[in-house]
Design a protein. Structure first.
Length: 269
């Protein structure tokens, strides 16, 4: 199975780039499943139903979220009725939406889950225990053909620890949230593909997707200043491409993807 995962969409620049790129990426890479983190797609903070529909219509199969999940209040009624939009699994019981979903892909079943880290983040339920409970009823290569987890977290240490925790039990773990693509794409000994952060889909002539001046002044003056606004230059589409083994559900290959904008290009062949 071929899985394409794209990192955090940031603002109009990022979402326009993703919407424009997805048809070509589908034609070139022939992914069976496309997952996109969209939690910063609405002016850098949250997601609206209109943007969610546009990204899904462009070729995404599943959208994931993170700590900005509820920044746009209109997403709350929408997420209740949209199974292709996931919020972190480890939000408390009773939170709107769902943290995982089963999707039919070319006659195969894929489990996609979104979890959020706790180090330097909101104090949610434990992501390790949450995913253990999920995997107790979804066994790779027995009840599902592939399992993909987006861990939305600040600390690389927490993302790495999480990946080691589930190694051999899931197909792919991809980190999001820090907006910088890491150079550690690899397959762990148990067969789980991992990259600490997929990077953002946004303008890298910025401070993690936000206009430079306002972001710099927050560090220099230690005052909040005006609300940060997304950079609006040409975006780089960043993500990872994974191939899994149909017999085991484990990864056979992982490769980074970077398209357009200011970063060096990387395209899986």
């Amino acid at each position: 199975m071929r899985i394409l995962f794209l990192g955090d969409i940031v603002g109009r620049s990022g979402r326009d780039a993703v919407i424009a790129a997805l048809p070509g990426l589908r034609a070139r890479l022939s992914p069976d499943l496309v997952i996109v983190n969209a939690e910063n797609a609405a002016h850098g903070f949250g997601l609206t139903p209109e943007i969610a529909r546009a990204v899904l219509a462009a070729g995404a199969d599943v959208l994931t979220l993170g700590n900005h999940a509820w920044d746009r209040r209109e997403i709350i009624p929408y997420i209740e009725g949209e199974p292709h939009l996931l919020r972190p699994l480890n939000y408390p019981p009773g939170t709107p939406g769902r943290g995982a979903g089963l999707f039919s892909v070319s006659g195969r079943k894929v489990l996609v889950a979104n979890v959020m880290g706790r180090l330097y983040m909101d104090a949610l339920d434990c992501p390790f225990r949450a995913v253990d409970a999920l995997l107790a009823s979804h066994a790779l290569a027995r009840t599902v053909d592939a399992i993909v987890i987006d861990i939305h977290a600040e600390a690389s240490s927490e993302k790495c620890a999480f990946a080691w925790h589930v190694d051999g039990r899931v197909s792919v773990v991809v980190g999001t949230h820090t907006h910088i693509p890491t150079a550690d794409a690899r397959i762990l000994p148990g067969g789980t593909a991992f990259q600490s952060d997929a990077g953002m889909c946004g303008d890298y002539d910025s401070v993690i997707g936000m206009q430079k001046e306002g972001a710099m002044q927050r560090f220099i003056r230690k005052l909040p200043g005006e609300r940060l606004a997304p950079a609006e230059g040409e975006a780089t589409v960043c993500g990872v491409f994974v191939e899994t083994d149909d017999a085991t559900g484990l990864a056979r290959r992982i490769a980074p993807l970077r398209l357009g904008g200011r970063l060096a290009s990387a395209m899986p062949e």
